[in-house]
Structures are given as C-alpha cells and as structure tokens.
Design a protein. Structure first.
Length: 235
C-alpha cells in the first residue's frame, strides 16, 4: 500500500525543466581568451595614447622654452654687437673729448694754463678772471647722458683790448683747447686819454661757462655713513 501511494505521489509531482543558455553565452568560453586579450590591448593602447599626449605636451613646452632662450640670447648678442659697433665708431671722438677736458673731472689748472698760453701767443694785454664753484647744469630739454651728468663752472672774465679782434681771437683759440659756452660779453670803449699812449682802447667783460661731463659720486650707504661718523668721533 505504501509503495503504491509513493508511486501515485511521484506521478503527480511535475518534472523540473532546465532552460538552455543563449548561444552567444554558451559559446563565450571559446572566445574568452580573445576578448580578454582585446581588452588588455585596448587598455595598453589608451595608456600609450595618454603617455604620448603627455610626452608631446612636455616636448612642446621644452620647445617653447628653447625658443625663448634662443630669442633672449639673440637679443643679447645683437645688443652686444651694437655696443661694439658704437664703441668702434665713437671711441676716437670719445678719446678726443676726454683729451680736451669735456669728459671727466674738471681741469681748472689746465684751463688757467690754456688762458695763459693763448694770451702769450696772441700777445694780449693783461686780463683778469674769477671762477665760481662747479654746479650741476639743468637742461631745458631732456637729454640722455647715461651715467654722466653735465656740470659747469662760471667764469667772469675782464680783458683790455686794442681792438675787437683780440677778444674774438682769444675765444676762438680757447675753444680749440677746452669746452665752454659764452653766456654774454659786454664791450665798452675806453677814454681817448687811456689809449693815447698805445694802451687799451676797449674793455670787455664776459661770462663763460666751462662745461664737463662727469659721473656724480654715489651717495654713501647708511652703514658707510655710520662707520665714517664713528671714525670721526673716535679720539
């Protein structure tokens, strides 16, 4: 009886069906290695592409830096070349101006000696002069003098003349030896009694400005000033 009941119960229990897998999934095992290889190649390709892009960007940055360095070097070279050409062109003139006393410290002794030599060579009458302290010259128009500064010393000159050409010749000869600007000249006729014995007939009063181009002294630093003050106070 029990076996019959079991057979009837087994007959009533439905059978379990297994659904077949899709063909592409069922066959995936065959292409799995190829797919993994393709994925690995894709990852490597993307990595290589990213690395190439980074290296290209780095190379462009280096190229721009090299171009800027080259342009800066070319600019310096052109500047140096221009300076060398200017030195070749202006060096003779610079040497001449320095020899004549325009460039450098003022040479009052040479000025006085030049006045004496011209007076003796031209056989002029005795003259007198007075030179004021040197001062900086303020130009009306701006002029690029570099590190140099235009400085001038004013001279008040008095001359006794036999005729006007004595003054003109004196100033012309003096211009050949040094640099100065004639600010004004006042010529007056002397009395006949003065010139009757072959003495001077004219008197000239002129103001001359002797000019030089010099480098002004640099201001002393605070430490240097303090040291100088300490040395001055030291017994």
């Amino acid at each position: 009886m029990s076996s019959l009941a079991n057979q009837n119960a087994g007959a009533r229990k439905p059978a379990t069906r297994t659904l077949p897998l899709p063909y592409w999934l069922a066959e995936f095992g065959r292409i799995r290695t190829a797919v993994l290889t393709a994925l690995a190649c894709l990852v490597l390709s993307l990595s290589a592409l990213q690395l190439s892009h980074w290296r290209l960007s780095t190379a462009e940055d280096r190229l721009q830096l090299a171009q800027r360095t080259r342009d800066a070097a070319y600019t310096r070279y052109a500047h140096v070349d221009n300076e060398k050409r200017d030195i070749r062109n202006f060096q003779p003139r610079y040497i001449e101006l320095r020899a004549r006393g325009l460039i450098g410290a003022e040479k009052r002794i040479e000025w006085v000696d030049a006045i004496r030599q011209v007076q003796e060579q031209r056989r002029l009458l005795p003259l007198s002069y007075e030179i004021e302290p040197q001062q900086s010259v303020q130009l009306v128009a701006a002029l690029d003098l570099g590190d140099y500064q235009l400085q001038g010393s004013r001279m008040h000159l008095h001359m006794d003349l036999l005729h006007e050409m004595d003054l003109f010749n004196f100033l012309a000869d003096l211009h050949q030896r040094s640099f100065f600007a004639t600010q004004d000249c006042n010529i007056k006729r002397l009395g006949r009694a003065v010139g009757a014995q072959g003495g001077p007939t004219l008197g000239a009063d002129c103001t001359l400005n002797w000019v030089t181009l010099g480098i002004p002294p640099k201001p002393a630093s605070a430490s240097g000033a303090a040291l100088a003050s300490a040395n001055k106070e030291r017994p």
